[in-house]
Design a protein around this ligand. Structure first.
Ligand SMILES: NC(=O)c1ccc[n+]([C@@H]2O[C@H](COP(=O)([O-])OP(=O)(O)OC[C@H]3O[C@@H](n4cnc5c(N)ncnc54)[C@H](OP(=O)(O)O)[C@@H]3O)[C@@H](O)[C@H]2O)c1
Length: 276
């Protein structure tokens, strides 16, 4: 039954690529996936990669779909929604992955009583290792929520959050989070080079350390704090490093950075809020 659901992507960029890869690796068929974009060479590339039907006209795509995934940059979402409003009388499920844009703004631009899900994925979705927070509006049925879980879950973990304000916390945690870890990996490798290690070896060791530690945290029943305690022997090297982090209030640094990300997400949402 689900195999017959036709899913259309508006925007054929990075996130569409990630999601379509995940859908095709799962139970969805290429014949039920369609993409539209203004970039014709990119559409040609996606058709060759996935064997899906492509469109350079968003309205034409939308008329054929049960689910429409808005995978374009936030700035052009208002224009796209206004362009689509006459073509959604069949009431497809709308899933927006645009950062910061509220469901109510999308509903206002589309001008219809529509089922809308807002989802915030992250770039590891490209490897099927994504982490996504989602919120459904009141019009969404249980069946539509299940279908959303199948679509978004095809590229990693996904969770429903209780209210839309929590999407700002999701953005600050998993949405922007990969970049925090890249910064840590970069700083660790740079310091190792300053301590005399070969650059290539330093880069590989720092990446593998992050990967190994993340795998341990993901597979262990212990919390991150417990895992840290287990590898921090008294008067050892790790303790020296952790104490140095704590003297400089590492937790406060992280907290300030994440609050800045959440504040910026709120600002972007307010900038585009059709109700403000
Ligand atoms: N990448 C991430 O890590 C990430 C994480 C979470 C959420 N998101 C959200 O996901 C959305 C897509 O991000 P992305 O990284 O996939 O962006 P992207 O690679 O730039 O893809 C967007 C695509 O939409 C196309 N486009 C522009 N105007 C269009 C129009 N009028 N009709 C149809 N297609 C149009 C763009 O073409 P041009 O390049 O020619 O403009 C581009 O190919 C964004 O809203 C972003 O906030 C991204």
């Amino acid at each position: 039954m689900q195999k017959q659901t036709v899913i259309g992507f508006i925007g054929a960029g990075n996130m569409a690529f990630a999601l379509i890869s995940g859908l095709l690796a799962g139970k969805f068929l290429a014949q039920n996936i369609k993409i539209s974009d203004l970039d014709k060479p990119l559409l040609k590339q996606r058709k060759a990669e996935f064997g899906v039907e492509t469109f350079s006209n968003n309205a034409k795509l939308v008329r054929q779909c049960d689910v429409v995934i808005l995978a374009v940059k936030p700035q052009i979402l208002p224009t796209i929604c206004q362009e689509l409003r006459e073509h959604i009388t069949h009431k497809p499920l709308i899933i927006s992955i645009a950062a910061g844009i509220k469901s109510s703004s999308i509903a206002g631009w589309l001008a219809g009583d529509l089922s809308i899900v807002r989802a915030m994925p992250n770039t590891p979705a490209l490897l099927g290792m994504g982490a996504t927070g989602m919120i459904a509006n009141a019009a969404c049925t249980a069946k539509q929520k299940k279908l959303t879980e199948q679509i978004i879950g095809s590229v990693g973990l996904c969770f429903w959050v209780e209210n839309e304000e929590m999407m700002d916390a999701v953005t600050a945690l998993s949405g922007s989070g990969p970049a925090y870890l890249f910064l840590l990996i970069e700083s660790m490798a740079n310091t190792a080079v300053a301590l005399g290690l070969d650059e290539e070896i330093a880069r590989k060791l720092s990446v593998q350390t992050a990967l190994g530690a993340s795998m341990m945290a993901s597979k262990s029943d212990d919390s991150a704090a417990q895992l840290r305690a287990k590898v921090t022997s008294k008067n050892g090297t790790t303790q020296a490093a952790i104490e140095s982090f704590q003297e400089q209030d590492f937790e406060l640094i992280v907290s300030r950075a994440m609050r800045a990300a959440a504040d910026r997400a709120r600002e972007i949402g307010a900038e585009f809020d059709s109700n403000e």
